[in-house]
Design a protein. Structure first.
Lengths: 453, 279, 308
């Protein structure tokens, strides 16, 4: 990887007149001179975003020095799909509103949103943000629609489901960024510690946090791969995360695929053991999302820019392994996750007790990488259709673009003087089976267990 | 007087409470067999897993927690972490708002229904359908239409307090003794004086019974509503501590809910005694 | 009789719809004048419609036919001119004695000040002998005291006519006697026009100037009107020593025992509803015919009873 045109290099100055390498008259010329290699294209886009976020070179360099460029790369990607916000981000006018409310569910997926409060990332942007703990995803959705919250933490399939109108009235929803990748696990009750093969799970009662969640799709996928029909061979119920451990203890359920700290808490209380981490099903799968209302984005561009800057810095900070202990201590108290510090720490550091007497070390048990690949959306849609949550023809590509703000991303690229790339999609494998985002129907047809014919 | 009934009942209450605490203490005390485990592993585990300690707190744990809350009931350590007193205050305020709103609607409408057989018959089907609806079933509709979770919680309190008061007011007004109304008629008492000086005092004990039922329901419902909507209030406190599986705090909150509920009921009982009359 | 009556019940009827589309007739074509300052009692068995007559007079019930004329005007409903003393006293239990009476006074004179109203109320409370009990609530009073409050309340509005519906029937004999004395005293002192329903013959004899006898219901009618032959300054304790006492009493008892039924079943052929027969049972100066039986005395109301 060449570094000379790396916008994340703190020593480099991003020139507006002339190109970043100095060999071309304009940045556009420089860009067009580059092959349309995905990595390079995104670099240009990133640099545009970087300029937009940090118009002051000094600030930008200080930021990069502070968090490290790789973290910033990951962080900055979160603004990429928000083309519409590009203008907003570029503006540096006065904040329209400084008192904001952001809703979160007390799980570690929300780490960047939460930690930005105690660790001062919001304050640094002159924002007075209240992070409000909320009882459930439906409530979060309603409070965001009611404009009680300016922004909120959601499950990444939720904006898709809401947009399609699955389980609710269709309401177009926008999602600036994915929050975290990995960070979930399948936990089983201690009495099942010898049933490590899912084929033995017939008749199990398994819990998930919400119907429209990655947890549901990953669990169903995992069971189906083992030859179990998730609708007939087991019972899958939506159970609020706080109730999961208690239900497991009370023997009302046999296990769950849940967000942390629920899994680690089950281990901590000696109720269950971690069967597998979700990364063992699909490494770097998306989970939760950061969402802001459309009205907020358009009416308060400066505030929105400042908020995203705070989230990005927070995300970048969270993605560094050496900061995780400190973060765990910051977000564990009653005001935030309300969990013992050691539980949160085990989740974030990846050094954890598995409930079977082993200490495991999985540094990327949870990570914070916010790029919302359209192919994620396509995969989620295939699973929604696979399990009958949506029926009939599905226009995967346009839906994915609409919700994951792909068109805006394309516009951003055009504004940077580029042809809109064909690839905001990347391929990945789930349990070793490759997913081709270009052929969702073929992918869907390849599964023997499904609810569609 | 060792033979006085209240004294003997009081002694019995204390003895029963003591027995209950003792049974509770015995039931949760003691540790299970200590599990052999690697110290590095043990450091990552909770006491319940390591020492086999019961997950249920004992009476002493609850008393200590309760004392902690009582000695600092009004602290604010952030949006999501406030003292028990503040949480109770939020809940009481919500209940009061929704409840008085319901009083303002139920008593005039109940009057109308009680005095007019036509209105009584016309509105009866609506009341019969609305009455059995669980107040929490209104929550999604309220959130969707009112677009404010705080107001929605107040609305839910309003709707659940409404029916007992409405029905009791209507019943109380409809069953005012005929002879009292005849007294008013022979004295050519105007509609206004008749409503306020004859019907209202005559129906007041029945109305107060309805109000007392309502405040009980309202206090039951606010806890559930706050668990659902969150933010502030004793219901949120319970939910937050349940989230942390802190049974000690949950029991503490249960005690607080019970005590506040009893106080609210006693206030209404006292008012009921003021307006009641022996015949 | 030439004086224009204060109250005139004219051709009043009361009918109720009965099951099967028919009508139950309580009474029909009822006529009754009441003169100013007169005390009229109505006697009859339960179901003869005497309470209905009182309710129509009070304006609490509307007649099916006919009209009640008070002071030359047809009544249209209840009025402060016509005070009612209810059998069950009907005090407002949440108000004190003073409160109950003041409520009536305030209704009668809404423009008057609080002090005046209290003074007027207290005046009538002392009239019925309840000084000192003003602040008590009805539940703290005995039955007799409650009815005294009821009387005070009715009188306090200074009505043209006092209507009493068996006011003393729920009281014990001793209390009843005392209250009867009080009522008689007050009515005589104030010249109060009074219409009272009772089924107590002695009460009617002691209090009434005229006693209206109703036949049994349904389809009741006024059988006759008995003029009280006893002197106006009668006293309850030696009433029974008066020579007219027993003729009057026997006449009334006979009516209640037998004639109230027979006259309903077979009304007199020459019955004129507007002018029911008026009788005045008395001890005759000399016997005009031998007394043979109760039957005979019943048929000849003016006959004297043999005086021992």
């Amino acid at each position: 990887m060449s570094t000379f045109d790396d916008p994340f290099d703190p020593s480099r100055r991003l020139s507006h007149a002339g190109c970043s390498c100095g060999q071309h008259k304009s940045q556009a010329e420089h860009d067009s001179a580059l092959a349309s290699d995905e990595g390079r294209l995104s670099r240009v886009v990133e640099s545009a975003a970087m300029r937009a976020l940090f118009p002051n070179d000094l600030t930008r360099r200080n930021f990069l020095r502070a968090v490290g460029s790789s973290a910033a790369t990951a962080a900055i990607a979160s603004v990429l799909p928000l083309g519409m916000a590009a203008d907003a981000l570029a503006s540096t006018g006065p904040l329209e509103k400084t008192n904001l409310k952001i809703g979160f569910i007390p799980i570690t997926c929300a780490t960047p949103i939460i930690m930005a409060h105690p660790m001062g990332f919001y304050a640094k942007q002159n924002l007075n943000v209240e992070v409000v703990k909320t009882a459930g995803w439906a409530v979060i959705r309603d409070k965001t629609l009611n404009e009680e919250y300016d922004a909120a933490h959601m499950l990444s399939p939720m904006p898709l489901a809401i947009t399609i109108g699955a389980g609710s009235n269709p309401i177009p929803y926008t999602m600036p960024a994915v929050e975290n990748v990995n960070g979930q696990a399948i936990t089983l009750a201690m009495k099942h510690k010898d049933k490590r093969d899912p084929k033995q799970w017939k008749g199990f009662r398994l819990a998930i946090p919400f119907d429209y969640s990655m947890h549901n799709y990953l669990l169903r996928y995992y069971l189906a791969e083992a030859g179990l029909d998730p609708d007939t061979d087991v019972q899958i119920r939506a159970v609020p995360p706080p109730d999961m451990v208690a239900n497991l203890r009370a023997d009302n359920i046999d296990g769950f695929l849940a967000p942390d700290p629920v899994n680690q808490r089950a281990v901590y209380d000696g109720v269950g053991f971690i069967h597998i981490l979700s990364k063992e099903i699909w490494d770097r799968h998306p989970c939760c999302a950061f969402a802001a209302s459309q009205k907020f984005v358009t009416e308060m561009p400066n505030t929105y820019a400042a908020l995203l800057r705070a989230i990005i810095e927070s995300t970048a900070y969270a993605s560094k392994a050496e900061n995780r202990k400190e973060i765990a201590e910051a977000i564990a108290p009653t005001n935030y996750l309300n969990q013992p510090v050691t539980v949160v720490e085990q989740v974030l550091t990846g050094t954890f007790a598995d409930g079977l007497g082993n200490v495991r070390q999985v540094p990327d048990r949870i990570d914070f990488d916010p790029f919302p690949w359209e192919s994620f959306a396509v995969w989620i849609l295939t699973q929604m259709k696979r399990w009958g949550q949506i029926k009939g023809e599905v226009d995967y590509t346009s839906l994915a673009r609409q919700v994951f703000l792909a068109t805006d991303a394309a516009r951003l690229m055009k504004e940077a003087g580029l042809e809109a790339p064909e690839t905001t999609e990347k391929s990945f494998s789930v349990m070793g089976k490759p997913f081709d985002p270009a052929d969702p129907e073929g992918y869907l047809a390849s599964f023997p267990i499904k609810r569609v014919s | 007087m060792i033979n006085s009934l209240p004294l003997r009942a009081g002694i019995l209450s204390v003895v029963l409470f003591g027995l209950f605490l003792l049974a509770w203490h015995l039931a949760v005390s003691g540790t299970g067999p200590t599990v052999e485990m690697d110290p590095a592993y043990a450091a990552l585990m909770g006491q319940a897993a390591v020492q086999g300690k019961s997950a249920m707190p004992g009476p002493m744990d609850v008393a200590a927690t309760l004392w902690g809350h009582l000695s600092d009931p009004f602290y604010v350590r952030g949006t999501n972490d406030m003292g028990l007193g503040i949480q109770l205050g939020h809940s009481i305020l919500r209940v009061a708002l929704g409840y008085f709103l319901a009083v303002a609607v139920a008593i005039p409408v109940g009057f109308l229904i009680g005095m007019s057989p036509l209105m009584s018959r016309a509105l009866d089907p609506f009341i019969q359908v609305m009455k059995p609806i669980s107040p929490l079933a209104w929550m999604p509709l309220a959130l969707y239409t009112i677009k404010d979770s705080g107001l929605s919680a107040i609305f839910v309190i309003f709707i659940c307090s409404l029916w007992p008061m409405l029905i009791n007011t209507a019943f109380g007004v409809a069953s005012v003794r005929k002879e009292w109304l005849n007294v008013a008629r022979t004295l050519e008492v105007g509609a206004f004086r008749r409503a306020f000086l004859v019907i209202l005092p005559a129906a007041a004990p029945t109305i107060l019974t309805g109000m007392r039922i309502s405040i009980g329901i309202a206090w039951l419902v606010i806890v559930a509503a706050e668990m659902l909507v969150g933010g502030t209030g004793i219901g949120y406190f319970v939910w937050n501590e349940w989230n942390n599986l802190s049974i000690t705090n949950v029991i503490t909150a249960i005690v607080a809910i019970g005590v506040v509920g009893m106080i609210l009921d006693q206030i209404l009982a006292r008012i009921a005694r003021l307006v009641s009359f022996p015949e | 009789m030439t004086e224009k009556p204060l109250i005139s019940i004219e051709a009043v009827a009361r009918r109720y719809p009965a099951p099967g589309g028919n009508e139950t007739v309580i009474f029909e074509d009822l006529w009754l004048p009441i003169r100013r300052g007169e005390f009229v009692c109505m006697i009859g068995h339960s179901g003869c419609g005497k309470t209905t007559v009182l309710n129509i007079l009070a304006g609490l019930e509307a007649p099916s036919d006919g009209a009640v004329i008070v002071d030359g005007r047809e009544i249209g409903g209840p009025s402060l001119d016509r005070a009612v003393i209810f059998q069950s006293h009907a005090l407002l239990p949440w108000r004190t004695v003073l409160g109950n009476v003041a409520f009536a006074v305030k209704s009668r004179w809404p423009a008057k000040g609080k002090d005046w109203i209290e003074k007027q109320a207290k005046r009538f409370i002392s009239l019925v002998g309840l000084e000192g009990a003003e602040r008590k609530r009805p539940a703290e009073l005995s039955g007799g005291m409650k009815q005294r409050v009821g009387i005070a309340r009715a009188l306090s509005i200074e009505p043209k006519i006092l209507l009493m519906d068996e006011p003393f029937s729920a009281l014990d004999a001793l209390t009843r006697g005392t209250l009867q004395d009080e009522v008689r005293r007050i009515c005589l002192e104030t010249g109060q026009t009074t219409f009272m329903i009772t089924h107590d013959v002695d009460e009617a004899m002691y209090l009434a100037d005229r006693i209206v006898l109703m036949t049994n219901g349904p389809n009741a009618h006024v059988a006759e009107i008995v003029e009280n032959p006893l002197p106006r300054d009668r006293s309850r304790t030696d009433l029974h020593r008066h020579p007219h006492y027993y003729p009057l009493r026997n006449h009334l008892i006979d009516f209640l025992v037998t004639r109230s039924r027979t006259l309903r079943d077979a009304p007199a052929a020459d019955r004129d509803p507007r002018n029911p027969p008026v009788v005045r049972p008395h001890a005759a100066p000399e016997p005009v015919a031998p007394i043979s039986s109760d039957q005979a005395s019943a048929q000849h109301p003016s006959m004297t009873r043999r005086v021992p």
